[in-house]
Design a protein around this ligand. Structure first.
Ligand SMILES: *Cc1c(COP(=O)(O)O)cnc(C)c1O
Length: 451
């Protein structure tokens, strides 16, 4: 029997998880996680704690003067890389019209699409990890101590020091962008291994910054593997491991407390009578996972985190559902991992993220590419906000939460039905502001073309 997956036949898997039938047919689904538990039973993670997030926050603060200096656009926020949270009432009306579904509560967009420096959620994790590497080297070489003014790192002398080190990463695009831009400005040699689905403009932009881009005729997993091998063979070489990196994860996790401040500023309550729902596009899982980790440490049971994946790349969904995590890929279940949502085109999820957050992720839903384009156009028309296709995946969440029986069941079981009028829904917009205009207009027109 060749077609066995971790010892079980496809029929056995389907019997155990009837929803698999729909997933394999690449139909849209809404899955709630039976492993999800309330905080009283939750050990968030034995490996990482709130203290690690605080440590990451402090590191970003130490680097803020440096960031403000080398990226003048961030001087307004004093070198803090953060994005706006905006209320999108008009889009809420659009969703109602499109899907004939009322969303109870208010709807917001977290615009990581407009994060400075690299225009995607990767400006959290990717940049953080590069800064961590730079600081470790600078401290070891006695260039700085933690209490120093880090703007000294912009000096020629420091850039020369960093040029003796290389940073290697495998990426579908956006991670490469954030690591490449940050690494290059510090003076590092950066080598980005890109999968075939990465967009040309991202490769061009990186090369312009002096980054070495190696291209692969295969998917993301092979690009990552090639990067890993290269880094092992070279001295003074750091491999940024999208699938397992705790530093990336912590960089994303800082979003939790930052969001709390933003919500307070907008006078939005989050407590047992005012639930918070967050919908996060998921590729390998690091970004949505880290953000979930950060949010759970801040809001505990009052936040409900759902991940969004393309119907053709439901990697985290399969990993969590079968509990095989990184021991399973979408291809093994006959799913092709072909999607226009390039940031989400991942066939095998991070085992680290899946296992760490097994009890914290409320559920996972999938969305078709064609819907991403439809939503892209509606959001642009109604709110004037332009996102890349991946970044729209979250919008299916609030719709399906109310439309699907599993969603309504979740609300019932969590005792939230009567509280939903006070709920805040945040769709996490993960990228888009750096997409060239011509490309964006192509995305925008895709919707019409498909109808
Ligand atoms: C990378 C990315 C994601 C998902 O992040 P993962 O860490 O891969 O799960 C979502 N949206 C966009 C636009 C991305 O670039």
């Amino acid at each position: 029997m060749k077609n066995r997956i971790q010892g079980k036949s496809m029929d056995e898997w389907k019997r155990e998880h009837p929803l698999l039938e729909q997933i394999i047919r690449t139909h849209e689904v809404f899955w709630t996680n039976p492993q999800y538990v309330g905080s009283s039973d939750r050990i968030i993670t034995p490996i990482l704690s709130e203290v690690d997030i605080q440590d990451a926050e402090k590191r970003l603060l130490r680097f803020a003067p440096y960031i403000a200096k080398v990226f003048p656009k961030t001087s307004e926020t004093k070198g803090i890389i953060e994005s706006p949270l905006v209320k999108i009432d008009k889009m809420k009306e659009e969703l109602k019209a499109l899907y004939n579904q009322e969303i109870s509560g208010s709807l917001y967009l977290k615009c990581d699409s407009h994060l400075p420096i690299s225009g995607s959620v990767k400006a959290r994790g990717g940049i953080y990890e590069v800064l961590k590497i730079a600081e470790d080297i600078a401290i070891e070489k006695r260039i700085v101590v933690e209490t120093d003014d880090y703007t000294i790192l912009a000096s020629e002398k420091c850039r020369e020091l960093f040029s003796g080190y290389s940073i290697v990463v495998g990426s579908t695009g956006n991670l490469g962008l954030s690591i490449g831009i940050m690494g290059a400005i510090l003076g590092f040699k950066v080598i980005v291994h890109m999968s075939s689905d990465a967009k040309q403009w991202k490769k061009d932009l990186l090369r312009e910054k002096g980054v070495t881009v190696l291209e692969y005729d295969s998917d993301y997993a092979q690009a990552v593997e090639a990067g890993r091998i290269q880094a092992q063979q070279e001295e003074n070489s750091y491999f940024i491991d999208d699938e397992n990196s705790q530093n990336l994860f912590l960089g994303y996790a800082v979003a939790g407390k930052r969001l709390k401040q933003q919500l307070e500023h907008l006078q939005i309550l989050v407590d047992q009578d005012h639930p918070l729902f967050v919908y996060l596009p998921c590729g390998v899982g690091g970004a949505p996972g880290g953000i979930t980790f950060g949010l759970k440490t801040v809001f505990d049971d009052h936040v409900h985190c759902f991940f969004a994946e393309p119907t053709h790349s439901p990697a985290m969904l399969l990993g969590l559902m079968t509990r095989l995590h990184d021991k399973v890929s979408v291809q093994e279940f006959g799913i092709d991992n072909v999607t226009d949502a390039d940031g989400l085109a991942v066939g095998r999820p991070s085992g680290f993220v899946g296992k760490t957050l097994e009890k914290d992720i409320s559920g996972v839903f999938t969305i078709q590419d064609q819907e991403l384009y439809r939503l892209l156009r509606r959001l642009a028309d109604s709110e004037g906000i332009y996102l890349e296709p991946s970044a729209l995946a979250g919008f299916a969440g609030p719709v399906k939460l109310f439309a699907e029986s599993k969603g309504r069941q979740y609300l019932e079981q969590s005792n939230l039905r009567s509280k939903m009028k006070n709920a805040t829904h945040i769709v996490w917009a993960t990228g888009g502001s750096m997409v060239p205009e011509e490309m964006m207009s192509h995305f925008y027109n895709k919707d019409k073309a498909g109808e």
